[in-house]
Design a protein around this ligand. Structure first.
Ligand code: DGL
Length: 278
C-alpha cells in the first residue's frame, strides 16, 4: 500500500480530505490528525515545525510517498523547511510534501471583483505573512487584509460548533476584518478548520449586512491542484495505490475523533479510526 498522506493538527484537514476524496476516489489515503496537540495556531515556529516534521516522517514510515499538509499553519511554518532541508537528507529523497497556500492564492485572484481580499486564519498563519508574499508574486494590484481568529479552532476541536460562544467570536472577528477594509468582497477561509463552520460564518455575515461576500474554502483548489500535480508527475502517480481505502489516524481520543470526524465528513456510517503516536 502506498497511500496519499493527509495531515492536519486536528479535524480541519477533513475539509480538505472530503474534496480530495470526492475528486480522486480511487486512490488510497491515510488521514492523520494530531488532535492530542491541537491547536497549532498559537504555538511557536519551532513547535509547529517539529510537530509537522514528526507527522510527515510518520506518514512516510507508513508508506506514503506523497503527503499533503492540509493545514495552513503547518504549510506557513514548516513546508518550505521540510521541502528544502529535510527531504533531501531522507533515505528516499523522492518523496514529496505539498501545502495548501499556493493553490488557494492562485484561485482567489479569479474570484474577487474589487481586488480587496480578506483572510481569516490562525495567529501563526497571519504572522507568517505567507499569504501576503504569495499574493504579491501573483498580482500586486490585489489588497489583502488579514485577521487572526485564535478562538475558532479550540472551540471546533471541542465540538462546540453551534455554541453561542463561537457565534459571538466569529461575528466579532468578521466585524473587525470588515472594519479594517470595507471593500472586501472575498474572504479566504485560511484555516482548514473553518469550512467546518461555514453556516456560522454565513450567518455572521448576514447579521453584519454583508451576505454578498464570497467565502473561499480551500478544499476545491487544493484537490484540483493535487489532480494537476499527479497528471504532471506520472513518476509519483504510478507509486500511489488504488484501492479506494482510507485509514483515519489520530493522536487523540479515538471515540471523539470518530464522532466528530463522521459529523464533519457528513458520512452516514461512522468512520473508524486508530490511535497512533508520532
Ligand atoms: N487547521 C489548521 C490550519 O489550517 C490548524 C489550526 C490550528 O491547529 O490552530 O491552520
Amino acid at each position: 500500500m502506498a497511500p496519499i498522506g493527509i495531515f492536519d493538527s486536528g479535524f480541519g484537514g477533513l475539509s480538505i480530505f472530503r474534496e480530495i476524496h470526492r475528486l480522486l476516489p480511487d486512490y488510497d489515503y491515510i488521514f492523520l490528525g494530531d488532535n492530542a496537540r491541537a491547536p497549532y495556531g498559537d504555538r511557536s515556529f519551532q513547535e509547529v515545525f517539529d510537530f509537522t516534521n514528526q507527522a510527515v516522517r510518520r506518514l512516510f514510515a507508513m508508506g506514503c510517498p506523497l503527503v499533503i499538509l492540509a493545514c495552513n499553519t503547518a504549510s506557513a511554518k514548516a513546508l518550505r523547511n521540510i521541502q528544502q532541508n529535510e527531504l533531501p537528507l531522507m533515505d528516499d529523497p523522492t518523496r514529496r510534501v505539498l501545502g495548501v497556500i499556493r493553490p488557494t492564492v492562485e484561485r482567489v485572484a479569479n474570484l474577487t471583483y474589487s481586488g480587496h481580499i480578506g483572510l481569516v486564519a490562525t495567529r501563526a498563519t497571519v504572522s507568517s505573512r505567507s499569504y501576503d508574499m504569495e499574493l504579491a508574486h501573483l498580482a500586486d494590484s490585489l489588497r489583502l487584509t488579514s485577521h487572526a481568529c485564535p478562538q475558532w479552532v479550540p472551540l471546533i476541536e471541542r465540538g462546540l460548533m453551534s455554541s453561542p460562544e463561537l457565534r459571538r467570536e466569529v461575528k466579532a472577528d468578521l466585524a473587525a476584518l470588515l472594519a479594517a477594509d470595507p471593500d472586501i468582497d472575498t474572504i479566504i477561509l485560511g484555516c482548514t478548520h473553518y469550512p467546518l463552520i461555514t453556516s456560522v460564518i454565513q450567518q455572521a455575515l448576514q447579521e453584519l449586512d454583508h451576505p454578498e461576500i464570497i467565502l473561499m474554502p480551500q478544499g476545491k483548489p487544493v484537490s484540483y491542484a493535487l489532480q494537476d500535480y499527479l497528471r504532471r508527475h506520472t513518476e509519483m502517480e504510478c507509486r500511489i495505490s488504488r484501492g479506494g481505502q482510507t485509514q483515519f489516524c489520530t493522536t487523540g481520543d479515538v471515540a471523539t475523533f470518530e464522532r466528530l470526524g463522521t459529523l464533519f465528513l457528513g458520512h452516514e456510517e461512522s468512520i473508524r479510526a486508530v490511535q497512533i503516536t508520532i
